[in-house]
Design a protein around this ligand. Structure first.
Ligand SMILES: [Zn+2]
Length: 141
């Protein structure tokens, strides 16, 4: 695929720089790496996705976070924005222009958040069962 200079709008007349082309070429591998990272997180019991300053917690299979895990679509939406900035051609490290990955946490990590809200749709059970005092970890052991 080539993007030729032409009589179209500003997008069509803009030539891709070498940095832009290298960036585009790298995207399939980035998507694969991100999907592998997500799969490894799930394997590592990081099955919750935490969003926003209010720490809304979803199970990774919740439909309200599916768009964050669909890395192909995330990148498809991101690439035109990244190219339009011109930052790549200006030499900004292209990692800076990657779309954010979902924040994935284990149940223990979620419980350690100062505040959190369970998604009303997938409603993950986040509260620790009540433990007797003798079962609580000691600070001194
Ligand atoms: Zn949810």
């Amino acid at each position: 695929m080539s993007v030729a200079a032409g009589p179209g709008g500003p997008d069509e007349s803009r030539k891709l720089s070498a940095a832009d082309r290298a960036y585009l070429k790298s995207i399939p591998e980035r998507v694969e790496n991100e999907l592998a990272t997500i799969a490894a997180a799930i394997d590592d019991d990081k099955v919750f996705i935490v969003n926003g300053v209010d720490h809304v917690v979803h199970h990774w299979q919740c439909r309200f976070v599916a768009h964050q895990l669909d890395r192909g679509s995330v990148w498809n939406n991101h690439v035109p924005v990244a190219l339009a900035t011109g930052y790549l051609a200006a030499g900004v490290p292209d990692e800076w222009l990657s779309p954010p990955m979902p924040t994935m946490m284990s149940l223990d990590e979620v419980r350690a958040l100062p505040r959190r809200h369970a998604c009303g749709h997938c409603a993950p059970k986040l509260d620790a069962p009540q433990r007797r005092a003798a079962e609580r970890p000691s600070l001194y052991s």
